[in-house]
Design a protein around this ligand. Sequence first.
Ligand code: ATP
Ligand code: MG
Length: 395
Amino acid sequence: MFSSFLIKYGEIGVKGKNRYIFENALMHQIRYALKRCEGEFLVHKAEGRVYVDALSDFDYDETVENLKTVFGITGICPMKFAEDEGFEKLSKTVVDYVAEVYPNREGKTFKVHARRSRKSYPLDSMQINAQLGGVILDAYPELSVDVHNPDITVYVEIREKIYLYSQIIPGPGGMPVGTNGKAMLLLSGGIDSPVAGYLVSKRGVKIDAVYFHAPPYTSERAKQKVVDLARKVSKYCGPIYLHVINFTDIQLAIYEKCPHDELTIIMRRYMMKIAEHIAKETDCLGLITGESIGQVASQTMASLACTNEVCTLPVYRPCIGMDKQEIISVSEKIDTYETSILPFEDCCTIFVAKHPVTKPSLDIIKKHEHNLDDCIDKLMDEALSTKETIIVSVE
Ligand code: ATP
Ligand code: MG
């Protein structure tokens, strides 16, 4: 029934040169999302609007579902377009449109909202509103007009062709990926970090990721789970460069040389250091973690202060104020939850202390880290040299 979609996007801050960057990034991400769909599409810009035209048969539901993954889109409007063949023909097209889209019309209210971009059209928008309103009422006396708060607004846009739409399916909002730089996500196999990546990406940030594994303490399955999570997130944020680092020797050294109740904090500090190193090499402007205040011992305010202290890049923690249930709701929405709860060990669960410190003192942590002085630089270099980069995307 529909042959095209008008894509609505938020225009705040989208002025001048920014507008062009915003629209191009939006079209790029729309094309990426549509590669997952049956059919061929043309994504184009005309008169300051972005359109998706179907060039072949396509699956409507699948197409809408995938358009809903494109940040920056605020509304998806399935459209029909008609050639301009006179007002009579237009009236018939509009009447047929209403019948098709609204088979149950009893008691509903409507209005026509015309926009005349082509000024040579013989009627102005007020006249079009009035005349098409009359035609619809004649055809469907069960409808009535309400210009203030109608159930149905039939948008009629007079351009080179004539566009008709009345449904605005909400998009995800946010900003198109690629309009706000890039950040490095510390991606574990848990529930929180995929959500964190999604939330930052929603503001237009491109995501790379780093995963620390500890073979043989963590399995190939655990790594595959992280790849699977990255793939699910990449549906929204585009292809992800996932860097996998072998962290085993660092973990063993910490285990051997540092107090066990400080293991997690010290380990997290080295993860952040390595992540930051890779981030800087790859032009990332910040780090992202799934931390949330108080969730576990390593995420108390004192623990976060210790972890944060090793970083010079800003660390974004979009889940910081969210309760677990709120984070789970987002993970269900983006379909990462079921993967996140698969029971594969991650490298943190192997080396956790029974009673980790909840109020670590930075001075004491730093003092104990000196126990690693004779080996840590070498171990960090070796860990970095194990970097395996997997490009993850859904196309
Ligand atoms: P999540 O639910 O995000 O997996 P978590 O509940 O396992 O986190 P922690 O182990 O305290 O919580 O980790 C806090 C954050 O540190 C994670 O959200 C993630 O950003 C990062 N992180 C933890 N383990 C790893 C890992 N093995 N590789 C990469 N990042 C990690
Ligand atoms: Mg967590």
